[in-house]
Design a protein around this ligand. Structure first.
Ligand code: NAD
Length: 290
């Protein structure tokens, strides 16, 4: 049945620049429709110099929830009245709840990654995780993982960023080390890692033939998650599957960060199956090789 927009319809939105390829409306409208909430989710292109007016305007219009994507995740924190611990640590928010004009900021990227791992059967207790990258996604993942795992090794092209991230995370975890991302170092770290997470943009379309991992570096006991979700089946995911490893694609992380935002906004349990199917069908119709 087609959704009826009325004077009572509540509006949610994602803001970013560019925004035309966002998958958030697909995922959230499918969930809203499934639960018959009478809500609608739209996307707005907002340039950096219009960010403040857009946030104030969203507030004035009573837009109940916002997702915030690149390039605004950091700068939007200036306009929040309240911030959750992840936002305070990361200085970046991807979710805003408008509570009668009071803007509460959340960052669900790390929680999304954690849930994607756990809900796909990856046990993190007592484990060593090898994390590739120290950008926005990697930081959010590292913040959520630090308190869950025994050891976290962060490798990044820019070693200063890897070390900085490891050092600010030290109070939250047991053993956290930052080093330079080099093929030899990856191979060495993989020997005693239980989980590998790619949080770099390597392998992302249009460079889908790239991977930081070679096919003979992985053992079947390892679990491999890629944050890259376009294509769904990255080269890394294919290599890991070929090695007999457990694999978790970037759509799972995208899905669970979205589910966490959905639950913050609606206080309803997110219908994750419906949201996953909506994401996968949109990605496959967009040619993202599911
Ligand atoms: P970012 O620009 O903040 O960070 C990019 C990272 O990739 C940096 O650590 C950089 O050093 C590294 N990198 C880039 N090219 C590299 C190369 N050739 N060799 C080694 N390292 C390289 O970006 P981000 O926001 O952290 O996003 C990273 C990836 O994660 C993107 O593909 C993005 O789409 C994806 N992502 C997925 C989700 C999800 O929900 N699945 C959420 C956020 C980001």
């Amino acid at each position: 049945m087609r959704m009826v927009i009325s004077g009572k319809t509540e509006v949610f939105a994602v803001i970013g620049d560019p925004i035309e390829h966002t998958l958030s409306p697909t995922m959230h409208n499918a969930a809203f429709e499934h639960l018959k909430l009478g809500f609608v989710f739209v996307a707005f292109r907002v340039t950096p110099d219009e960010l403040e007016s857009a946030v104030r305007g969203a507030c004035a219009l009573g837009i109940r929830g916002l997702n915030v994507t690149m390039p605004h995740k950091n700068s939007v924190t200036e306009f929040l009245d309240e911030a959750d611990p992840a936002v305070k640590f990361l200085k970046a928010a991807n979710t805003i709840l408008n509570q009668r004009g009071r803007l509460r900021g959340f960052n669900t990227d790390g929680v999304g990654a954690l849930k994607a791992l756990k809900n796909n059967g990856v046990n993190l207790t007592g484990k060593k995780v090898l994390l590739l990258g120290a950008g926005g996604a990697a930081k959010a993942i590292a913040f959520s993982l630090a308190k869950e795992v025994d050891e976290l090794s962060i490798l990044n092209r820019d070693i200063v960023k890897a070390r900085e991230l490891a050092s600010v995370l030290e109070p939250f975890g047991k053993k956290i080390v930052g080093s330079e991302l080099l093929p030899r170092k990856i191979q060495q770290e993989l020997q005693n890692s239980d989980v590998l997470i790619n949080a770099t943009s390597v392998g992302m379309s249009p460079n889908a033939s790239e991977s930081l991992i070679e096919s003979d570096w992985l053992k079947p006991e390892i679990s491999v998650m890629d944050a890259v979700y376009n294509p769904v089946e990255t080269r890394l995911i294919r290599i890991a599957r070929g090695a007999g490893a457990k694999v978790i694609n970037g759509v799972e992380m995208l899905l669970y960060q979205g589910a966490a935002s959905f639950e913050i906004w609606t206080q309803c349990k997110a219908p994750v199956e419906v949201m996953r199917n909506a994401l996968l069908s949109k990605l496959s119709s967009a040619g993202a090789a599911v």
